[in-house]
Design a protein around this ligand. Structure first.
Ligand code: ADP
Ligand code: MG
Length: 394
């Protein structure tokens, strides 16, 4: 057996903290952000901006903001403007305004004492430092909800209003508030809310096709050429799409699937690797659920599992599943149920999340329905079904 070292070229490209250069399908949102903050490169003293980035988990809020920050600071360097982008995850600072501000001040003065001052004093000092260094900051408050929860309106009010009491001085501090749900902002008082809500960048969930593009980019950065076949990518995107269009889930799956392939010394990442990866992330398939299936549902599932195992594919056609089911019926000495009944079993199995179906866009009558086994490794499933079916046979 040949020894494949690793199918990864650079697995750090799949790290959660990696900020890729290109963010497919976020170009418009990036342009909008740059538009909101264009003054920071043109007349930084003149104003301070506030914006919100909102979207579900894995829609790219954090990475968009960070890439934006990199772009802005690169431009600023060229223009000789002292602009800093500071990205803070509020949850990591337990939502405490004091800890967050202390962190920012420490960027400028690394050994700044962490006691003896109030949050308000820290804020004053921060502005003083920025005045002294003629610096401007775009502060991204990631997981902003946790700041609102801990500090209520007051803290956010301070952050957003502090410039107004120093009207004659240059503006120094702009804000990007990153949150999942805009409803969190409703908890703020009206004036703070209105000062935030005028600039909102809303990130929609990614579609499966968009996820394919995003994952594809990552595959070429992280994997050796030709080690991750299209159908593996497709299955991964399908799964990420059903996890609410969560790109993070997709990228994590890529990484884990690659680890399974390496562990088995494979020269490519197979759909089975992905199924193993999912079953290691999502809670293991409820065995009770499987046991409670009807005899013929189990037989059909067994058929599907066998075809998938033999073909090593990510999905199979309904027709192939039906054929394999008939063979399984013969083995267990039962008469196969009708096509219509099988169709119902398929519906039940996908409602339970055990199988997933996809009808190609070109097929309006559903004849070429594809069947996926998304999150149980074929081997485990086949073993489990054989045990259950033998038991019931007796
Ligand atoms: P959120 O903060 O909304 O939960 P993240 O910004 O952490 O989401 O994104 C989740 C993962 O997906 C990260 O690894 C990120 O790099 C990646 N990602 C999200 N959107 C894109 C995109 N458009 N292009 C490339 N990678 C993306
Ligand atoms: Mg995030």
């Amino acid at each position: 057996m040949p020894q494949y070292k690793s199918i990864f070229k650079d697995e750090t490209k799949l790290d959660i903290n990696y900020v890729p250069h290109k963010l497919p399908h976020r170009e418009a949102e990036m342009r909008l952000l740059i538009e909101f903050f264009s003054f920071a490169l043109q007349a930084p003293d003149k104003m301070a901006q506030r914006a919100i980035i909102a979207g579900d988990v894995g829609t790219g809020k954090t990475v968009l903001s960070q890439r934006f920050g990199n772009r802005m600071t690169d431009e600023a360097v060229k223009l000789g403007i002292n602009l800093r982008y500071v990205h803070v995850n509020c949850r990591e600072y337990r939502g405490s305004l004091f800890l967050i501000l202390h962190h920012i001040v420490s960027i400028f003065h690394p050994n700044f004492p962490n006691r003896g001052y109030s949050a308000e004093e820290l804020l004053g000092m921060l502005l003083q430092i920025l005045d002294d260094e003629n610096a401007h900051v775009i502060l991204a408050l990631d997981e902003f909800e946790s700041l609102i929860e801990r500090e209520s309106s007051e803290a956010v009010y301070k952050l957003t209003r502090l410039q107004e009491i120093r009207q004659d001085k240059p503006q120094r501090l702009s804000l990007i508030c990153i949150l999942r749900n805009l409803r969190a902002v409703d908890k703020l008082d009206l004036s703070t809310r209105s000062s935030l809500q005028s600039n909102i960048v809303n990130l929609e969930k990614y579609s499966k096709q968009q996820l394919i593009d995003i994952l594809n980019d990552r595959v070429s950065l992280a994997f050796k050429p030709l080690t991750l076949p299209e159908e593996t990518l497709n299955l991964t995107a399908e799964l990420a799409s059903s996890e609410n269009g969560n790109a993070r889930f997709g990228i994590e799956l890529l990484w884990r699937s690659g680890k399974y392939a390496d562990a088995e010394n494979l020269n490519r990442v197979t759909p089975e690797c992905v199924r193993k990866a999912v079953s290691s992330i999502l809670p293991a398939m409820q065995k009770n659920e499987m046991a409670s299936l009807r005899f013929h549902e189990k037989l059909f599932l067994l058929g599907v599992a066998r075809v998938l195992k033999e073909s090593q594919k990510a999905c199979i056609s309904f027709v192939d599943g039906e054929q394999a089911y008939s063979i399984a019926c013969e083995e267990f000495n039962v008469k196969p149920h009708s096509h219509t009944q099988l169709w119902k079993y398929l519906k039940t199995l996908s409602a339970l999340g055990i199988l997933r179906t996809e009808v190609p866009a070109t097929d309006s009558r559903g004849r070429s329905t594809l069947i996926y086994l998304p999150n149980i490794p074929v081997y485990d499933l086949e073993k489990e079904l054989n045990v259950l079916l033998k038991k019931e046979e007796m």
